[in-house]
Design a protein. Structure first.
Length: 264
């Protein structure tokens, strides 16, 4: 594809450019499909997909299904195996297909190890199953308030055990709650940690620069349990997150609103 697509002169040498020109552009048609497929010489949606896919346009990951399908189909085609369609589309629409969990593979992210000992998650697999028994085709489960991921992990594992392709979106600014901040000083004094600057202590996981690292531990916990394919964090307030989902739905960028909203 590097020869065929990156240089229109190479297409001429291969005798293919003339064939693409003869296909013509359909007047009034609009570019569709996956935008990352187009922009190489004469390759465009109109030339390659209208009225039907042309075999000269495809090779490797650039398939007719990916390049000629709808934006939603394109997002799903690019997604890794096991990723629910709704999660693939939300990643494409909100993160432009960036994987938040990839931070853990960076030089800074490798420092954050799983911490799965938080005791205060009361969501059980039985509760998840009971809720889902009222829903015929669960596509999207929203969790508002996720902390370090215990309930999200329980939900994701239960969904997989049930054989469901349901996406879980965790809406949380990951900045902690009032008590975590108001008791931090007393906690450090009681444990003798106040004189030690470089300690990410307490529920806030505050580092030496005053930044909470709850989000990073959430990512590490979820990935350590193998649920990064199903669980997508959305690092915003609850109001902003709900308004955002409503907006992308109204714009036709996702096909379903959440069927379940779990307030934690």
């Amino acid at each position: 594809r590097s020869i065929m697509l990156d240089d229109s002169r190479a297409l001429c040498r291969l005798g293919l450019l003339q064939g693409l020109i003869l296909l013509g552009t359909v007047p009034g048609s609009e570019s569709q499909g996956d935008p990352s497929c187009w922009g190489f010489g004469m390759l465009s949606y109109e030339n390659c997909c209208v009225p039907s896919p042309k075999y000269l346009c495809w090779d490797g990951p650039f398939t007719a299904e990916r390049c000629c399908g709808s934006a939603q189909e394109a997002a799903e085609a690019k997604a890794a195996p096991g990723v629910p369609g709704i999660i693939a589309r939300l990643r494409e629409e909100l993160f432009t297909d960036v994987d938040p969990y990839s931070f853990l593979d960076s030089m800074c992210g490798r420092a954050y190890q799983p911490q799965l000992r938080y005791p205060d998650s009361h969501l059980t697999p039985d509760i998840v199953r009971s809720v889902l028994s009222f829903i015929e085709d669960p596509v999207l489960w929203i969790e508002v308030g996720s902390f370090i991921g215990s309930s999200a992990i329980t939900t994701a594992q239960t969904l997989k055990d049930m054989g469901l392709k349901t996406g879980v979106v965790c809406i949380d600014p990951f900045t902690g709650v009032v008590d975590m901040w108001s008791t931090r000083k007393a906690f450090r004094e009681a444990t003798g940690l106040r004189s030690r600057r470089q300690v990410a202590d307490g529920p806030l996981l505050l580092d030496e620069f005053g930044h909470s690292r709850i989000f990073e531990v959430f990512l590490s916990n979820v990935r350590s349990m193998g649920h990064q394919d199903v669980v997508m964090p959305l690092r915003v307030s609850s109001i902003s997150g709900m308004r955002l989902l409503r907006e992308v739905h109204e714009q036709g960028r996702i096909e379903r609103l959440p069927q379940v909203i779990y307030l934690d």
